[in-house]
Design a binder for this molecule. Structure first.
Ligand code: ADP
Length: 521
């Protein structure tokens, strides 16, 4: 492979022989504040910060999208150019350097303006970019080149989702034989099985990998190139974002066709819940709220936040009406179809108020807009993406509704717990791992922190919501639920410690030659 430039680069890792720190390179297609379309971006900026806080050496690498270049943080050219092969051509890229705010975590951005200087990350006007495969072949190869050009000593490359699924394959097939990569392991984390990066088979040529890998045990899925499957097959270890989802995806109902691959690799598959970024999401310090509060002062602070939210959303300021909040992508995954079936009757028969913030499927835009117009005293809707409003809903609502069909981890229910807002959720994935349904037994044991239901139907949702609203009217029970949730630890430091254990295990397995045993089938 031809290379240009790259001399005289200071390494960001300073290995000291007695230093037990793990050295992690997190490769991602999104990270806050550079670029975000979903929870992946929150995870990939919070995790390295917490790893650094725990004394480990974490570095982040992502594409230099237009959003990243103009996110308000300096992104400085490093004077390092490189060339990677893409099919029969070669493409030049450049390295930019930045830093995560408030932390000593270096961020490298792969600049290639033809691929990444676009209005949106993956799609425009509802249509995926036609060259998405090529863009992420480039990014994946660039990540491995950056390791060499930046002279990084990496114990584990932590790749995330289909956009980086080729990284474990390139590492295993092309790079492991080179001295710098011999001791480098790969961890591939799936944040959502539904997004797989599937492309027509001729895109295999773009990867530069031998056609022999295009078989149904490795990179092929029913005649197509599947980048998520590629990551799952070639990585040294796999994880997903909650223990329950790690089990669920081994079954056809949640595995999105790749359950067989996951079953065959279950020995190296783990589930680690995401954490919440408490520097951003903490009702005691959140500058976006009308009043700050903590567990001892929630009874004073929340009513102020609730009244402010009602005023902001144009709802009557009724202190005693249960206020139900919802935030998220307006998609079937989030259970908005169930909500759509339940809400008209609730609005007709119950004094609860609804505040909905979301963007997504046009059908839900129409439905919620219509409901808000017909019931302005009970339903308020904002069809947009607004982080400040999300904070104010988490603080001002009494209940937070999240009846997801499936939920790999989910962040909003954890924000809700932290903000003293009682979650009502469907018992799936990370929601099942974080929310304990209020029953006489769990209330007596002091473990109840919300409400959940198992069946995927509107009746179950409606009944559970009714149970929650009933509890809202019993101040002792309600106070207990709020207190239990607010005292729990959903911080990144808890999750990051679990990642460190996993990194150490994978790295030592690869160092001791275990990677060979894990060679793809
Ligand atoms: P997913 O990644 O599946 O969309 P998560 O709950 O894991 O769902 O994370 C979604 C993140 O995006 C949360 O931080 C949530 O608050 C935020 N979010 C989603 N939709 C909106 C919106 N319309 N306005 C503000 N924040 C939003």
């Amino acid at each position: 492979m031809q290379l240009e430039g790259g001399g005289g680069v200071g390494t960001c890792f300073h290995p000291i022989e007695t230093e037990p720190a793990v050295k992690i390179l997190i490769a991602t297609s999104e990270a806050v504040p550079f670029a975000k379309t979903g929870g992946l971006a929150d995870v990939c900026s919070a995790l390295p910060v917490e790893l650094a806080r725990l004394g480990h050496e974490a570095v982040l690498i992502l594409p230099a999208y237009r959003q990243a270049r103009y996110c308000g943080l300096p992104t400085a050219p490093m004077g390092i150019d490189f060339i990677v092969p893409i099919g029969s051509k070669t493409v030049t890229g450049h390295l930019l350097r930045s830093k995560l705010p408030g932390a000593d975590v270096p961020v490298y951005l792969i600049q290639q303006d033809y691929y990444f200087d676009r209005e949106e990350l993956y799609r425009l006007n509802g249509k995926d970019f036609t060259d998405n495969c090529e863009r992420f072949v480039f990014f994946s190869r660039a990540v491995l080149e950056a390791v060499r050009l930046l002279e990084l000593q990496v114990d584990v490359i932590h790749a995330n989702d289909w956009q980086t699924g080729l990284i474990p394959a390139y590492l295993k097939i092309e790079y492991r034989n080179l001295p710098r990569y011999r001791q480098t392991a790969s961890l591939f984390t799936v944040h959502n099985m539904a997004y797989q990066g599937q492309f027509w088979h001729w895109d295999m040529l773009l990867t530069g990998l031998d056609w022999k890998y295009f078989n149904w045990h490795q990179m092929e899925y029913y005649g197509k190139l599947n980048l998520l499957k590629t990551g799952l097959v070639f990585a040294d270890a796999l994880s997903t974002v909650s223990p329950r989802y790690a089990l669920e995806i081994q079954n056809p109902a949640f595995g999105c066709g790749l359950e067989g691959v996951l079953q065959s690799r279950r020995d190296v598959l783990s589930g680690i819940l995401n954490g919440i970024d408490e520097s951003e999401w903490n009702p005691d310090t959140d500058p976006l709220l009308a009043a700050n509060y903590q567990v001892d002062t929630v009874a004073l602070g929340k009513p102020v936040c609730k009244a402010a939210l009602q005023a902001e959303m144009g709802l009557p300021q009724r202190a005693g009406a249960p206020l139900i909040g919802m935030i998220g992508r307006l998609a079937d995954q989030k259970g908005f179809d169930l909500v759509a079936k339940v809400i008209p009757e609730w609005v007709a028969r119950n004094d609860a108020q609804w505040v909905i913030l979301g963007k997504g499927e046009p059908i839900y835009h129409e439905l919620f807009k219509d409901l808000a117009q017909r019931h302005p005293d009970k339903v308020a809707v904002r069809l947009e993406f607004s982080d400040p409003l999300a904070h104010r809903i988490e603080a001002g609502a009494d209940l937070f509704l999240m009846p997801s069909r499936y939920e790999p981890c989910g962040l909003n229910q954890m924000y809700s717990l932290k903000y003293g807002t009682v979650p009502v959720v469907r018992e799936t994935g990370g929601l099942a791992d974080t929310i304990v349904d209020a029953t006489p037994q769990t209330l007596a044991a002091g473990t109840a922190n919300g409400f959940s239901f198992r069946e995927d139907n509107p009746l179950a949702l409606s009944e559970t919501l009714a149970r929650a609203v009933d509890a809202y009217r019993r101040p002792e029970v309600w106070g207990q639920l709020i207190g239990t949730g607010m005292r729990q630890d959903w911080s990144w430091s808890r999750s990051a410690k679990q990642y460190v254990k996993l990194y150490e295990q994978i790295a030592s397995r690869v160092r001791s030659g275990g990677a060979a045993e894990l060679a793809p089938v």
